[in-house]
Design a protein around this ligand. Sequence first.
Ligand code: SAM
Length: 187
Amino acid sequence: MGFFIIFIIFIIVIIFIFSSKKFSPIPYFPSQPVDMPLIVKALSLKNNQTVIDLGAGDGIVIFASATEAFQKKLNTKFIAIEINPILILVLHLRRLFHPNKKNIKIVQDDIFKMDFSRYTQCTDAKFCVSTTFYLYISPWFLEKTILNIKNQVSKFSVVSYMYPLKFKANFNKFKVINGKNKIHIYS
Ligand SMILES: C[S@@+](CC[C@H](N)C(=O)[O-])C[C@H]1O[C@@H](n2cnc3c(N)ncnc32)[C@H](O)[C@@H]1O
């Protein structure tokens, strides 16, 4: 009986965290596993690049791309930003067993309030190739998020899963990859 009550409380806490606006203003939906090779290709991994997944979920994109970078012996850095404490726990556990864990950072933060420049600062310009933001967030939050990045980071590219940006004019190049869902690349 005691175990049953603890189990019910546990389920209620999980439901609360996943439905609470504080912890998940954007619901948790992972990118489609079938699109992972195309997403990794869209990120165009290279040395001295930082890939930041804004709202990283369970880390499906971060861990798949970190595996690719590891196999190609790239020094690409990966940062998973997530607000939901349960997903943060999942991300830390997955990172622990990842072969490329030294290049993966897990950060609990709010993508609408955070200081992006902390993660994109270059100590030596010649080693700062690029920062790529991966976004799979509700379309009505996309514009706000990109403007927020733009105010803090001078040079970056964006890979947006499923939803296109309304303001392509801010970028020089634009490409779409057709997977199960569309992958929009802006650089
Ligand atoms: C649609 S899911 C995408 C997950 C992952 N990027 C992927 O492609 O599989 C959106 C994620 O953003 C997280 N999230 C929602 N609001 C956030 C916020 N303000 N700051 C950080 N993460 C947030 C949610 O918890 C959820 O995991």
